[in-house]
Write a protein that binds this ligand. Structure first.
Ligand code: SF4
Ligand code: SF4
Length: 137
């Protein structure tokens, strides 16, 4: 049996947020779940960026379970890359990065890019005046 490791974005409608979805993924489908980022606004939609590891069959069954519960499943197949050498550390990209992946180091004021926090929303791509952030599939 092949084990799969993937990053997926789960979007929960408000009715589903209170349900113990993660508990079922771990207990019923043997998922190893690492929540990289969670944004849940009370009474509204919630988003989770997951890194999951599971056997191939369990993986598909787990995703079917999520969809049957009304959760939208989006594989994170995009990657944002930064051309660090040309960066002037102006910070313009950090203003649009809601996940906190892009930030200015408070000691050095240099740009720091934490790939694990990136949810590939692409907002930073247009925000950089030098075009240093790009999307790769
Ligand atoms: S794609 Fe979105 S989350 Fe990722 S670094 Fe850019 S603004 Fe931040
Ligand atoms: S906007 Fe561009 S130049 Fe400015 S800090 Fe971000 S990546 Fe660097």
């Amino acid at each position: 049996m092949m084990t799969q490791r993937k990053r997926i974005i789960l979007t929960f409608p408000s009715l589903v947020i209170e349900k113990p979805i993660t508990y079922h993924l771990v207990k019923d489908f043997d998922f190893k779940v690492n929540i990289l980022r969670a944004k849940i606004v009370s009474g509204e939609e919630g988003r989770l960026l997951f890194e999951v590891e599971a056997d191939e069959d369990d993986f598909e069954r787990g995703l079917d379970f999520l969809r049957s519960e009304g959760v939208e499943v989006t594989p994170l197949s995009k990657e944002i890359r930064l051309n660090e050498k040309a960066c002037t550390h102006c910070g313009a990209c950090t203003a649009v990065c809601g996940s906190g992946a892009l930030s200015l180091d408070k000691d050095t004021w240099y740009l720091s890019f934490d790939v694990d926090k990136c949810v590939a929303c692409e907002l930073c791509v247009d925000a950089c005046p030098l075009g240093l952030l790009s999307v790769h599939f």
